[in-house]
Design a binder for this molecule. Structure first.
Ligand SMILES: Cc1ncc(COP(=O)(O)O)c(C=O)c1O
Length: 416
């Protein structure tokens, strides 16, 4: 359920007609609905209300400061994967004691920054990272709270690029090899073992892989307890999918019920790291048709490209594309493409699309997660604006970049 609907043939975001925003801010722009963000955050968080838990929103999925502030205000923590994401989370007022830090390549500088910030837990992904963390913590005379990210070798049945819990993926430490690394960690002077973490992939559309990995992790926690290592936090990552096309992912309540049942009797605080399920369907990308052409094939050329929304080019991902002025009956098969100089620059291919004319507005649906955050300046295109709608009001929450932004920091005769 989201708040992007047609009223009298015109697409609205909550109570604002989308063309009104396009007129005010130009195109392309990302448009988020505050009501949808709130509703989705609460649907996930409240599904776990009866167990001791922390919802750590996955900042990588959508990292705008205003959105992080909004989630922080609802009690969210943050799952971060870089120093930059830590900076954003802290700026947004998220309590450090609700921040968990994952990622295979944390640098010594990033470890230092997170240690001095006082985050809840480092989800350590290798023996070398553990040693580096011990070294940085010793230098600071601090104790680093640690979970090892274990890789349970479970197939999440999702796109290969967003599958992370298979033995062949770069993430985590094989669960079979993890016990003796926990022992080593427990013996380190500046490491405090506090958790176990696991994240098997993104856009999962069934509960079964979560439960299969949860059983493996719980078995492992019990094994650790026998050797005297007590685990306070069980971090099950994110990954719950959304409907982009025909998928039927389990609703958060069903996912939560299955996790809680599998965890019954375990004395741990549960951490979840949802991203896509909260923001995916709470945002759209609005773009304008520049030209159309038929060269044996129909092309609709729009002003948003793969630099604005990478998912179709990167994963061949499907996004529904709707006309902002509700479609006339005439439709044609077309590729909807951007202005980037790559044949791989498309938002949709072979799609039955409304017949468009230059100037028409289109809405790329379900673009709230991994949309703006994966955007770039490729082809020296300033990144799009981000806008938030709340009831009948809207606000630019990130200005469209300018040409001057493109060369900031570069040297050159005209640029100091
Ligand atoms: C460690 C970790 N946690 C959480 C997430 C969020 O996943 P999702 O957006 O599918 O919920 C990711 C995304 O890949 C991740 O790598």
């Amino acid at each position: 359920m989201n708040h992007f609907d047609y009223k009298q043939g015109l697409l609205y975001a909550e109570d604002v007609p989308v063309p009104v925003i396009a007129q005010a801010v130009g195109t392309p722009f990302y448009l988020y609905s505050a009501a949808t963000l709130t509703r989705h955050f609460q649907a996930v968080d409240q599904a776990f209300a009866d167990v001791d838990h922390i919802t750590c929103f996955a900042v990588k999925s959508c990292s705008n400061l205003s959105i992080l502030e909004m989630f922080g205000g609802m009690g969210s923590g943050a799952d971060i994967v870089s120093g930059g994401e830590l900076f954003r989370a802290v700026k947004a007022g998220i309590a450090p004691k609700k921040i968990v830090y994952s990622g295979v390549g944390k640098t010594a500088e990033e470890l230092h920054y997170a240690l001095t910030t006082g985050i809840l837990m480092f989800n350590v992904e290798s023996v070398q990272e553990l040693a580096a963390l011990q070294e940085v913590a010793a230098r600071l005379n601090l104790k680093a709270p640690v979970a090892l990210r274990v890789n349970p070798d479970v197939d999440p049945q999702t796109h290969a690029y967003i599958s992370t819990g298979l033995a062949s993926n770069k993430f985590g430490i094989a669960i079979e090899a993890a016990a003796h690394i926990y022992q080593a960690a427990a013996d380190m002077a500046n490491i405090e073992v506090v958790g176990v973490s696991c994240h098997i992939g993104s856009q999962l559309t069934t509960v079964a892989p979560f439960i299969e990995s949860l059983h493996k992790v719980i078995g492992f926690i019990k094994e650790l307890a026998k050797s005297g290592i007590e685990i306070k936090y069980l971090d099950m990552g994110g990954g719950l999918g959304i409907q982009y096309e025909q998928e039927k992912p389990p609703p958060p309540a069903e996912y939560a019920a299955a996790l809680k049942e599998a965890m019954a009797g375990l004395d741990c605080t549960l951490i979840i790291e949802p991203g896509r399920v909260i923001v995916g369907n709470a945002g759209i990308l609005v773009t304008r048709v520049i030209y159309t052409k038929a060269t044996g094939k129909n092309f609709i050329i729009v002003d948003a490209g793969m630099n604005d929304l990478a998912r179709p080019s990167l994963y061949n991902a499907y996004h529904d594309i709707l006309p902002v002025l509700e479609a006339r009956d005439d439709r044609q098969e077309a590729d909807i493409v951007g202005p980037i100089c790559e044949s791989g620059d498309f938002l949709a291919r072979g799609r039955m699309a409304p017949v468009c004319e230059p100037g028409d507005l289109l809405a790329v649906m379900s673009a709230g997660a991994y949309g703006f955050t994966m955007s770039s300046n490729y082809n020296s295109r300033p990144r799009a604006a981000e806008v938030m709608v709340k009831g009948g009001d809207f606000q630019v929450i990130r200005k469209r970049e300018t040409f001057a932004d493109l060369i900031r920091g570069e040297t050159g005769s005209e640029n100091g």
